[in-house]
Design a protein. Structure first.
Length: 347
């Protein structure tokens, strides 16, 4: 049903009577009020392009190199854009990963004892109390002489010890701080910074984050998962530079390597999402043969994709893939390290 507006509410262009859309900007003729179903539909369409393109593009992912070749043949409207496809697959994968990690965190006793303070030996007082308890349980009159000698020897060693092992040694570069475990667990980070005169901006930030990690390790885990998409957005452009160097003689633009990597990683993430779903349903485990087969299928998928997109011989493609895998691991570890550092500082 047309709205009887004579002027477009978006661009103020005069419209013919009972027009459904503005002839200038194509906005739908509306009184400004939008039904909830239309609003939800617009969100989903803008985010995922929920039409035949997304389904067609998803199927095209399973044919190595197909989407990249067709994209550079000019078929831009037939498929979802590489960046949107990648972001949609990343959203699905990391959402599924977050569900699994949350379940693991819930099931396991996750602690933030990065400094292994809870594994420290007991203090002298605690050790002496333990010895007295053992003596009481054994009874003074019936203790075997060898047992009595062992207990006496242990008591002497504890009394002569000059080290209270209920102390955690916190080291920042050239500065070292010895802090009782009880204070690490009971005092605030700011109060300990003031008490032990921790100086330097970096030392203070690091100490606060270590203290927070001990109190709430789950926050760091969730922060890292949330930043993994950003890691991929750093990692893929970095790998595109590696591709530019490895295929310098092919005279391809940087964006062509970027599109290839977006398509390839979208495939990895879609398949990875299915694998995580199977894991959640206990239909497949990481140590299973199915997982090993999945890894090999990724390898052959990339090999065939490289052959089709870059049109080089099988032998040259094979050895270039080995170089790519080497650089892939190095760059991935560097990017992952950056994300861990950033997540640790900001969580």
């Amino acid at each position: 049903m047309a709205i009887s507006n004579t002027t477009c509410r978006n661009c103020q262009t005069k419209m013919p009577e009972k027009s459904l859309y503005c002839p200038e900007c194509s906005q739908k003729n509306t009184d400004g009020r939008i039904p909830i179903l239309s609003f939800i539909k617009d969100i989903l369409e803008n985010l995922f392009s929920l039409d035949s393109k997304l389904f067609k593009t998803s199927l095209g992912l399973f044919i190595p190199g197909k989407l990249t070749n067709e994209f550079f043949q000019g078929k831009h409207k037939s498929f979802a854009t590489p960046s949107r496809l990648f972001l949609a697959s990343a959203l699905l994968f990391f959402a599924m990963l977050s569900v699994i990690v949350q379940q693991e965190v819930k099931d396991e006793n996750i602690t933030g004892d990065l400094l292994r303070m809870m594994d420290k030996s007991k203090s002298r007082e605690d050790q002496m109390a333990g010895l007295r308890k053992v003596r009481a349980q054994l009874g003074g009159d019936i203790i075997d002489e060898s047992i009595k000698a062992a207990l006496d020897s242990a008591e002497i060693k504890i009394n002569e010890s000059t080290i209270d092992t209920n102390i955690v040694d916190v080291s920042f570069w050239n500065e070292h701080y010895k802090i009782p475990v009880s204070e690490m667990t009971n005092l605030t980070a700011d109060s300990m910074i003031q008490k032990y005169q921790i100086k330097g901006f970096a030392d203070k930030v690091l100490f606060k984050q270590l203290h927070k990690l001990m109190k709430d390790p789950e926050s760091l885990i969730y922060k890292m998962i949330g930043n993994l998409t950003w890691m991929m957005l750093i990692f893929i452009p970095s790998m595109a530079l590696i591709f530019k160097l490895l295929y310098a003689r092919r005279k391809k633009y940087y964006v062509e390597h970027l599109v290839f990597l977006f398509h390839t990683h979208a495939f990895f993430l879609f398949v990875g999402t299915v694998f995580l779903m199977f894991m959640q349903l206990e239909l497949m485990q990481p140590e299973s043969f199915q997982f090993l087969g999945l890894i090999f299928s990724f390898y052959f998928y990339v090999l065939i994709s490289l052959k089709r997109v870059y049109s080089q011989g099988w032998i040259k493609t094979f050895f270039k893939l080995l170089l790519i895998l080497m650089f892939y691991f190095i760059v991935l570890m560097l990017c992952f390290g950056i994300i861990i550092l950033v997540s640790f500082i900001l969580f």
